[in-house]
Design a protein around this ligand. Sequence first.
Ligand code: PMP
Length: 463
Amino acid sequence: MTTKTPSSNLSSLGAGDVAHLLHPYTNLEAHEAQGPFVITRGDGVYVFDEDGKQYLEAMAGLWCTALGFSEPRLAAAAEAQMRRLPFYHLFSHKSHDRAIELAETLISMAPVPMSKIFFANSGSEAVDTAVKLVWYVNNGRGLPAKKKIITRGRAYHGVSIAAASLTTLPANQGDFDVPIAGIITTDCPHYYRGARDGESEEDFSTRLAGNLEKLILAEGPDTVAAFIAEPVMGAGGVIPPPAGYFDKVQKVLKAFNILFIADEVICGFGRTGNWFGCDTFSLKPDIITLAKALTSGYLPMAAVMINQELYQTIRGQSAKHGVFGHGFTYSGHPVPAAVALETLKIYRERDIIDHVRKVGPRLQDGLRAFAGHPLVGEVRGLGLIAAVELVRDKATKAPFDAKSAVGAYLAGRAQAHGLILRALGNTVAFSPPLIISEAEIDELLAKFALALDDTEAMVAKQG
Ligand code: PMP
C-alpha cells in the first residue's frame, strides 16, 4: 500500500503520475482531478491495485495478455534470452537464431501460404509497414497511380500516421491532421446499426459489397491499391462480420486487382476460436498484421506476413535501390522473439484453441442472457471476444447521447465490483485472457450483472 499525500487524495504514486505522465486514451483534464488507477501486480486472469484490491481483468489488458498475468515460463524465456543475447538486429544481412526460429514458426502457422515475415514492435508499426509495402510493390510493378488504401467506418488500425489515417474513429483523427491523402472509407459492416428495415444479413452484406464496388469504380480501379480490415472489428465496438460479408468483399477486391491486408492484431492466436480470424471467416489476404497475443502482451512485438508474389517484387525493388530501405532498430528483437516462441509453444501444448472453443460459449451465452435487459440493445461476439451495446430505447435502438457516458459509467461500476471492462462509447467490450476458466467466466458475468443493474438505477434516477 502506498502513502497518500496530505494535500490531495492521491497516493504518492498517483501524484507522481499526474505530475509526469501523458496518458494515452485519457481525458487529461479529468485525469488531473481523479488521478490514475494504479495496478501493481497480476495473477492469472486477475490484477491487483496499489491497495491490494483484486480485479478480474476481462479485457486481457488491451486485448493482449492471452496467457494471463503471471505465466512463469514467459518470464523465464525472457530472462534466459537476456542473459544469452540481449540484443541483436537484422540489418545488413545480420541475423540471430530467435528471429529465424520465430519467422519459421509463424510461416508454418499462416492461415494462407505466406513467404516472409517482417518484424515490428507494435500493431501500428505493422500497419504502417503494410501500407509502405503496398506502395513499394505497386511502384515496382509499374503501377505508380495504384496507391489508395480503402478502410472502413469504425476501423481501428493504430495511431502512427498511416495507421491513424486508416483508424476512422473521430478521437484518433480530430486535430491530428490525418487522414493523409489517398485513404478512402467504405461502410462499417455493423448489421444491427446499418441494416435497413427487413434487410437480411446476407442482403446487407450484398449491399455493402455493392457499395465497395461503386466506391472503387468512382475512384478509378487503377488508383486503388489495397483494402484493410480487421476480421472482427475491435476498438470500433467489437463487430463480427455479417453473414457472407467477406466472401462478397473478396470477390470485389479480386475483380479489381486490389490487395487485401488482414489486420489480425486482435484476432490472431485464438481469440475467435481458431488460430486466426482468417480461418474463422475464410479470408485469403495478401498481407497479415500480427501483434498483441504474439507475445501474450508480455513484451512489445508485431509481425507482418507477406506472400511470395509480393516478396518477389520487394526483392526486385531492394536490388534497384541497393537495399530494402525499411526496418526498425528493434525489428525481430531477440528477447520478445524468445517470449513469442515460448508463447506459441504454450498455446500448442495447452491446446488453447480447443480451450477457447470449450469456454467461449459460456461467455457468449452468458452475455446473451442479458439481451432482455432494458438497457441492452445488442450482444455480439464469438470465441472470447464480445460486446454489449447499451441503448436508450430498445425498440427504436436509439442510442444514449455520447455525452451521457453510460458505457463509461458501467465500466466504472464494474471496476467498483472488481471487474475490468472497456467502454467503447456506449458499448462495453469483453476480451478476457484466453486461459480463463468457466468458473472465472461465471464470476465475470455475476459482476457484470451488478454493474448493469447499477447503471439501470443511475439511468432511472437521471431520467
Ligand atoms: N490494429 C488493430 C486491429 C488493433 O486493435 C490495434 C490496437 N488495439 C492496432 C492495430 C495498433 O496496435 P498498437 O497499439 O500495438 O500500435
